[in-house]
Design a protein around this ligand. Structure first.
Ligand code: GLC
Length: 457
């Protein structure tokens, strides 16, 4: 009898430990490759939406550095004493009065015009293949009915709606990958400050597992990790669960924000933000990485930004090309309004990108960076590769023939979006691409032009 029990126990241990492919340590967690689909999709939409979307204001043109222009930091700023904080607090007191608390904004976060299908349609038409919504930002307000966040969530107050669930369904129905941003820390949660272990065990981890099991996201995008090492956040324990036992274990992607020491080192794909690299150099590594930024100076909607703060469509398309050519993705942020609308200018920027991708998407989606780019540095010229084909991206229309070294062959050269064959001459491993004459009617783009060199590699 004893022998058979022991044997059964041994089999149970053997099978579960075999099934538990990833252990709760960074060496094991880091051994999981970033799922291929993430490197193929290239372009995603970040969404910062929360109680901060009600005041929706940061000093966009003050000389206070990038981080102090983030409108989603409104609560932290009005409670702080740094130079930038005074600007926020003076504004708040003037507009709302000293007795108006940040929490009082929650009732005005109504999302009354929120139509998730319309949002998903704009994202699809933008050419984006994935979406990442703030499920909970540093303010601790959850956009889903989290039982750990009683009366500070979008069902108990404000919209009285499961914003995460509604958008997740619409985005997935549109055929896009859905992801969630989740802030590990909460600025003013007493439990976070008084008993971190209890906060992690009883609040943070249960919330993260609830988010994953309820909505089965393809991306878990953590942030707000900088106060503590990953050990304190029990990040490897959560990731071992996510990779071994969660409903998304095979396809889920995560980033590198899991503790003060992990950015650019541990976790999933590496992240940069407004081109700021957290120690280490992104783009020189073979691991997948992603740049994120707003169209303007903020992630959350900042209603006092003007055109001068917003990147043009041309600049945004050039940014996408630059990041993809360097081997990364671009996660471009929008800040919806408190009543649930995407500001028209943000829609317009996204749809301009989409119209460009409609013609040139082959040169972006599923491509990888070309090693030969290093010996072909030229202003306003970028390269991507796919199979044996090379794509030559020109972010300014070239005035003279383009010379490319390190080319094996050239069966055909075409300018994407036109039928016109492009003349070229190959001598040895050097290719000269002649620039076609284009009438305004034939011009495929006003932003960037891509030559496809078939059989180049
Ligand atoms: C920073 C900011 C946060 C923003 C995030 C996006 O961590 O704290 O407001 O959500 O960047 O990358």
């Amino acid at each position: 009898m004893k022998k058979s029990i022991f044997l059964l126990f041994a089999i149970f241990i053997a099978t579960t430990s075999f099934a538990q492919k990833y252990q709760a340590n960074w060496e094991s967690i880091n051994s999981r490759p970033v799922p291929q689909w993430f490197e193929d999709v290239k372009f995603g939409i970040f969404i910062h939406w929360g109680v901060y979307s009600v005041p929706a204001r940061a000093p966009a043109n003050a000389d206070i550095g990038i981080y102090a222009k983030y409108a989603e930091w409104y609560w932290k700023r009005i409670m702080g004493n740094e130079k930038a904080d005074v600007l926020f607090r003076d504004y708040h007191n003037k507009m709302y009065g000293e007795d108006f608390y940040y929490q009082d904004f929650a009732g005005s976060f109504k999302a009354e015009h929120f139509e998730p299908e319309k949002w998903a349609d704009v994202f699809k038409r933008s050419g984006a293949k994935y979406v990442v919504l703030t499920s909970k930002h540093h303010e601790g307000f959850t956009l889903w009915p989290s039982e750990q966040s009683w009366n500070w969530n979008s069902v108990d107050v404000g919209p009285h709606r499961d914003l995460c669930g509604d958008l997740s369904k619409a985005v997935k129905d549109a055929g896009l990958h859905m992801g969630f941003y989740y802030s590990l820390y909460e600025w003013f949660n007493p439990l976070y400050h008084n008993n971190l272990e209890k906060y992690v065990d009883d609040h943070m981890i249960p919330q993260m597992k609830d988010l994953v099991t309820r909505y089965e996201p393809d991306i878990v995008w953590t942030d707000g990790e900088w106060d503590h090492p990953s050990e304190k956040w029990k990040s490897t324990e959560f990731l071992a669960w996510l990779y071994n036992d969660s409903p998304v274990k095979d396809r889920v992607c995560v980033n590198d924000r899991w503790g003060k020491e992990t950015r650019g080192v541990d976790g999933g794909y590496f992240t940069t933000e407004y081109d700021l690299v957290h120690e280490g150099k992104i783009g020189d590594v073979e691991k997948a990485w992603e740049e994120c930024r707003g169209i303007g100076t903020s992630f959350g909607y900042n209603r006092i930004e003007d055109l001068g703060n917003y990147m043009s469509s041309d600049a945004l398309i050039d940014l996408l090309i630059e990041k993809v050519a360097a081997g990364g993705n671009l996660l471009l942020d929008i800040g919806p309004t408190a009543d649930g609308l995407i500001p028209v200018i943000q829609q317009q920027r996204l749809l301009d990108i989409g119209s460009w991708l409609e013609i040139n998407g082959d040169a972006i989606y599923g491509t990888r960076k070309w090693e030969g780019a290093k010996e072909n540095k030229a202003e306003n010229v970028f390269y991507t590769k796919k199979g044996n084909d090379l794509y030559v991206h020109c972010t300014k229309f070239p005035e003279k023939p383009i010379e490319v070294k390190g080319i094996k062959g050239a069966a055909k050269v075409t300018l994407l979006g036109t039928n016109a064959k492009t003349g070229f001459k190959k001598s040895g491993s050097k290719l000269i691409i002649n620039i076609p004459q284009l009438s305004p009617v034939k011009n495929p783009s006003e932003f960037a032009w891509v030559f496809k060199v078939e059989g180049a590699l």
